[in-house]
Ligand binder design. Structure first.
Ligand SMILES: C[S@@+](CC[C@H](N)C(=O)[O-])C[C@H]1O[C@@H](n2cnc3c(N)ncnc32)[C@H](O)[C@@H]1O
Length: 228
C-alpha cells in the first residue's frame, strides 16, 4: 500500500516498535501503512464519529490486519489512556482543534511519548501551546501533495522552558533550505501575518493582537535584513 506524501511525512516520524495512536484516523491509511511496513506491531485508530471508523474497519479488513489495530470512538484523547500508546499522530485536522485536544489531556506530558502533528491550518496555535507547556519541537518537515504544501512536526515533552519567539510560532524552522514546500509554507505564513495586520490597521483596530502581529512582522524584517 502507498501513502500519499502528506501522510507519509507523518508516518516517517513514528518511531519503529512504538505503539501508535492515530487521532482522527478516518480510513486508517496511516495505521495500516505502519503495520504493513513492519514499523509498528500494534496501535489504535481513533475517530470522533462512527462513519470514519467504518471506513477504518474496511481498510483493516482489506489488508487482513484487524488483530493489530484497535478501533476506538473517542473525542480526541478522551477515551485513550497514556499506558496504551507511545507515539500519537494528529494528521489532517486544524491546529486550533489539535491544541484544544492537547490542552485537556494531562498524560501527554510524559518524556517517553512523542506527538506527531500535521496541522491543516493555524499551526501557530499548536506551536504556542507546545512550547509554552514544556514541549520541544524536535523535527519539522514539509511536502507538496497534489499541488498543495503541507507541514508536519514532532515534539517531545522536556518539562523545561521551551518558549520561543512569535515568528517561530508562525513559521517554525521554515524555510528549510532547498525545500520548495517549506518555502511556500513560510511565504504563506508571512503573507497571512501581513494581511491580518493590515486589515486590523485599516479597520482602526489597534488591539493587543495587532501589536503582537506587528512585532512578529518586525522580527521577520530584522531576520530579512540580517540575510542581505
Ligand atoms: C480530514 S480527516 C483526516 C483523516 C486522516 N487523519 C488524514 O490525515 O488523512 C479528519 C478526521 O478527524 C476526525 N475528527 C474531527 N474532530 C475530531 C476529534 N475531536 N476527535 C477525533 N477525531 C476527530 C473527523 O471525524 C475526520 O475523520
Amino acid at each position: 500500500m502507498n501513502l500519499r506524501p502528506r501522510l507519509k511525512m507523518a508516518a516517517d516520524m513514528v518511531r519503529s516498535g512504538s505503539r501508535f495512536a492515530d487521532i482522527g484516523t478516518d480510513h486508517a491509511y496511516l495505521p495500516a501503512w505502519l503495520i504493513l511496513n513492519g514499523i509498528c506491531n500494534s496501535g489504535i485508530a481513533s475517530d470522533l464519529r462512527e462513519s470514519p471508523l467504518e471506513n477504518a474497519a474496511q481498510t483493516l479488513r482489506v489488508y487482513n490486519i484487524e488483530e493489530k489495530i484497535s478501533l476506538r470512538l473517542s473525542d480526541g484523547l478522551d477515551c485513550i489512556s497514556g499506558d496504551e500508546c507511545d507515539d500519537i499522530v494528529f494528521a489532517g485536522m486544524g491546529g486550533t482543534l489539535i491544541k484544544e485536544i492537547l490542552e485537556r489531556t494531562n498524560w501527554i506530558k510524559d518524556k517517553s511519548k512523542r506527538l506527531i502533528i500535521q496541522p491543516m491550518s493555524h499551526s501557530e496555535d499548536v506551536r504556542i501551546y507546545l512550547c509554552e507547556n514544556g514541549f520541544e519541537i524536535i523535527k519539522e518537515s514539509a511536502c507538496v501533495d497534489d499541488g498543495r504544501d503541507y507541514i508536519c512536526f514532532c515534539t517531545e515533552y522536556k518539562g523545561s522552558d521551551c518558549k520561543k519567539s512569535g515568528l517561530y510560532y508562525f513559521t517554525g524552522v521554515h524555510p528549510i533550505p532547498g525545500n520548495d514546500a517549506s518555502k511556500r509554507y513560510y511565504d504563506r505564513q508571512i503573507k497571512w501575518l501581513n494581511t491580518r495586520c493590515s486589515s486590523l490597521d485599516n479597520a482602526g483596530i489597534h488591539s493587543e493582537e495587532y501589536y503582537y502581529l506587528k512585532n512578529i512582522l518586525h522580527e521577520y524584517e530584522v531576520t530579512q535584513n540580517g540575510k542581505s
